[in-house]
Design a protein around this ligand. Structure first.
Ligand code: GTP
Length: 598
């Protein structure tokens, strides 16, 4: 009977359309959090999420709702990120749900990530309930937004809820609709246990905490369980739901979404996508897991202190539990020492990983400029995938280099079509198609090099369309380009971690920009430092960092002790995220100089 009263649903939307705000209202109106604990975006509990106002991690929470029919319902609500870099997080959350609230901002209408995320929900056979948000705003157009949903996505909007997640208007109505439209879970309570692991995190006291959706059967405290793909057995030591704090339970049944711990210390065993079953009465087969993600960009991550390599490895291991899209393998650099080549889904993802490593694991790291994977075909016929520019072999042994291209879809109001096309062409885009979605909105498609997209294409598009354009892309394949490897020499020594790839036409300009930027960010030393950019043995740009005139350290030894301590502290802080390469101290910013286009 309890099962009939469960509703599992996820909230999906384009970024900033109001998912987290809607989750807040649902929590509030179901009295799930005491008024005094209520704060905005309560499910975004990571400090980084709160600072940036974005959702990075999915979050599940159980709330109770007393419906007009006099019955009490159990809602399992899963809030998901909106940004394209975190779509893997969305797809995993959706596998735990039976329905999805599709939130669309009524002042913006359907955007690129609205489409991408709703298709993920449709692929997972979820019942979709459209929610038209921000109707409190004067520029809101709920009618037009519904028409867009019907035309662009092809789903019926007659049951859609018009709400203001901010003021709460319409949310009471939405709660009733959730009960009526989102189906109750099915699943046989007496069948052998099958529970899908859709997320996990490491806790130093309890071991791995698994987020699970029970699909079949039941699970009890003390049960002997088996992780089917890993082939390892454990005993359940804690079971519960998030409401939103972890709340222990004695059992979870088919349809429930919750967590379990079983003193799992080996982080390589408990992966998202695995199935939990009962060791004494195992299920016949595992549930379908997740498709592994293909990273879009790669960068080297190195500890600033070479002695911290093992700590960095531990941190990556633990972080990858909570971020299933993270990929990494050891690499060495002549300039930076021992570190890892890490794969990311995009630049925002890279940024987030860097910050989480530093904050959650208290590490100081340097990260090299992001790069895509290149497919190199050599004159001897052999082929190689290379995701570190410094590994690109000598030009004389290369027959051709292929780089990843994406099919980019840019959704834009028609008055900006010209601007968008100009930008795409400047970034080596190849025009594909252009469709009018309706009278005023256009879908422009280009085939573009991924490397150009990850640099600053999206920012440029956003700023030149007043924020009205939205972008989505998927890998199209590898195509031949005329690419050159540019090496950077500091003080006459080639610095492998600064090598980058550029299209031939942009090479001279990029070399000038990068050497100029390096000159600005590398601190002066007491000797002159020549900076050169070279293709093979040919120098294509050069500049110098002048030497100090006088020794500033002398100043530190004078003055009062207080001031001296302060100065030394300042110096130390300045040294953070700085790598000594040869005799030159290179700050983190230098590695990102390569991303600068002007
Ligand atoms: P991500 O999780 O980062 O994808 O964003 P989100 O979809 O969760 O959006 P969020 O809830 O953070 O809302 C984005 C912005 O829109 C915030 O500034 C909210 O205050 C605002 N907002 C959300 N709902 C409403 C609404 O109904 N009316 C108005 N006026 N503003 C709203």
């Amino acid at each position: 009977d309890r099962q009939k009263h469960i509703r599992n649903f996820s909230i999906v939307a384009h970024i900033d359309h109001g998912k987290s705000t809607l989750a807040d209202r649902i929590l509030e109106m179901t009295h799930s959090v005491a008024q005094r604990q209520m704060k905005a975006q309560i499910l975004d509990d990571m400090p980084l999420e709160r600072e940036r106002g974005i959702t990075i991690k999915m979050n599940s929470v159980e709330v109770h709702y007393d419906a007009k029919d006099g019955q009490r319902y159990i809602f399992h609500l899963i809030d998901t990120p909106g940004h394209v870099d975190f779509s893997y997080e969305v797809s995993r959350a959706l596998a735990a749900a039976d329905g999805a609230l599709l939130v669309v901002d009524a002042t913006q209408g359907v955007q690129a990530q609205t489409l991408a995320n709703v298709y993920l929900a449709i692929d997972n056979d979820l019942e979709i309930l459209p929610v038209i948000n921000k109707i409190d705003l004067p520029s809101a157009d709920p009618k037009g937004t519904k028409a867009e949903i019907e035309d662009d996505i092809g789903i019926d909007t007659s049951d859609a809820a018009d709400v203001s997640a901010k003021t709460g208007l319409g949310v009471a109505d939405l709660l009733e609709k959730i009960v009526k439209i989102i189906p109750a879970p099915t699943g046989d309570l007496n069948a052998p246990l099958q529970a899908l692991i859709f997320d996990s995190k490491y806790d130093s006291y309890r071991g791995v905490v698994l987020s699970i959706r029970v699909k079949e059967g039941q699970i009890h405290l003390g049960d002997k369980i088996r992780l089917m793909n890993a082939g390892a057995d454990y005993e359940v030591t804690e079971l519960g739901v998030f409401s939103p704090d972890a709340t222990p339970r004695k059992e979870l049944i088919a349809g429930d979404v919750g967590y379990l711990t079983a003193s799992i210390k080996d982080i390589h065993i408990a992966r998202s996508g695995d199935t939990v079953t009962n060791a004494d009465r195992p299920a016949q087969k595992a549930l379908q897991g997740y498709r592994p993600m293909t990273p879009m960009v790669y960068a080297g991550i190195y500890p600033t202190d070479n002695g911290k390599y093992n700590e960095l490895r531990d941190a990556l291991d633990k972080l990858s539990l909570n971020d299933a899209s993270l990929e990494y393998e050891p690499e060495t650099s002549t300039a930076l020492g021992f570190g890892f080549r890490v794969g990311f889904l995009g630049l925002l993802h890279m940024d987030v990983v860097q910050e989480r490593l530093e904050r959650e694991f208290d590490l100081e790291i340097v990260i090299t400029a992001p790069t895509v994977t290149y497919h190199v075909i050599k004159t001897d016929g052999s082929e190689e995938d290379i995701s570190n520019p410094s590994d690109i072999p000598d030009a004389s042994s290369i027959k051709e280099i292929r780089e990843p291209f994406v099919n980019a879809t840019i959704m834009v109001p028609e008055q900006y079509v010209g601007t968008v096309m100009e930008l795409a062409q400047a970034k080596r885009g190849i025009f594909d198609t252009m469709d009018y979605l309706d009278k005023s909105r256009v879908n422009v498609k280009y085939k573009m090099p991924l490397s150009e997209i990850i640099f600053d294409f999206f920012d440029k598009i956003k700023s030149s369309t007043k924020g009205y354009a939205s972008l989505d892309y998927s890998l199209a394949g590898f195509f031949v380009s005329d690419l050159k490897k540019i090496d950077i020499l500091l003080n006459g020594d080639k610095v492998d971690a600064l090598s980058f790839i550029s299209h031939k036409d942009f090479a001279d300009n990029r070399a000038r920009v990068v050497t100029g930027k390096l000159k600005k960010v590398i601190p002066r030393q007491n000797f002159e430092i020549p900076i050169q950019a070279a293709i093979g043995s040919k120098i294509i740009a050069r500049t110098n960092i002048k030497a100090y005139r006088k020794d500033v350290t002398v100043k530190i030894h004078t003055g009062d002790p207080d001031r001296r301590a302060k100065l030394l502290d300042k110096q130390r802080a300045g040294k953070a995220r700085m790598k000594s390469i040869g005799r030159v101290d290179v700050p983190q910013e230098a590695f990102m100089a390569i991303l600068k286009n002007s």
